[in-house]
Write a protein that binds this ligand. Structure first.
Ligand SMILES: [Zn+2]
Ligand SMILES: [Zn+2]
Length: 212
């Protein structure tokens, strides 16, 4: 496991678009292998951050699905970077605990029950701490409240919308206006985005055009 697997932190700007999403299903839907997925209904939200050094702003968004008022704290660009750095430090600390415990396990001479138990606890704590902090560092966009800054399927999720990269032109049929959607964003792996884009381009080529 390396920290790079947690993905790059997202682009942080003082004013940027985000989506607020309401989770529709309560239980995760099996989506192949050991993963489950949740369906979200999304609405747009423009996040305006306070100036660096200013305290977090408190904003309320009303969910269009359940009409609940959602209160979020919005942190400045600088404070968001600090939060990400703190969580990355947590991830490293977790890895250190994990490694020390593993070394201790390998070098066990007297297999005392207590020492084995301590070592096993260290491995578990280290793994969980490292994993959660690492995920959270990649996930933290400086908008907190309702679990928004933590990974996992919360009832309401906030996600930043990154502008579409210039090297990925829109996929729209010039004749009929048919559009193929594709994902982008620094939180995806580069290879994944490229593959999805190629697949979308192929779908556009083969679409049943109403004008051709
Ligand atoms: Zn809602
Ligand atoms: Zn067409």
């Amino acid at each position: 496991m390396e920290l790079g697997e947690f993905g790059m932190p997202q682009a942080i700007a003082q004013r940027q678009e985000a989506t607020v999403s309401h989770r529709v299903n309560f239980w995760g839907r099996p989506s192949g292998g050991s993963t489950v997925s949740w369906d979200y209904e999304s609405q747009k939200w423009v996040v305006k951050r306070p100036d660096d050094g200013s305290p977090a702003l408190h904003r309320t968004v009303r969910c269009e699905v359940c009409n609940k008022a959602l209160h979020y704290a919005i942190h400045s660009v600088e404070a968001t970077r600090r939060r990400q750095a703190r969580r990355r430090a947590g991830a490293y600390a977790g890895l250190v605990v994990l490694l020390v415990s593993l070394v201790s396990l390998i070098t066990l001479e007297d297999s005392g029950a207590i020492r084995i138990a301590l070592t096993a606890t260290g491995i578990l704590v280290g793994a969980v701490l490292g994993w959660v902090s690492g995920l959270a560092a990649a996930d933290d966009m400086g908008v907190t409240g309702h679990g928004a800054a933590w990974p996992g399927a919360t009832k309401h999720a906030v996600e930043l919308v990154e502008p579409r990269p210039e090297e990925l032109p829109e996929l729209v049929c010039a004749l009929c206006g048919h559009r193929e959607e594709f994902p982008w964003g620094s939180h995806y792996r580069k290879g994944f985005v490229r593959k999805q884009y190629q697949a979308a381009a192929t779908r556009l080529e083969n679409h049943a055009c109403r004008r051709a």
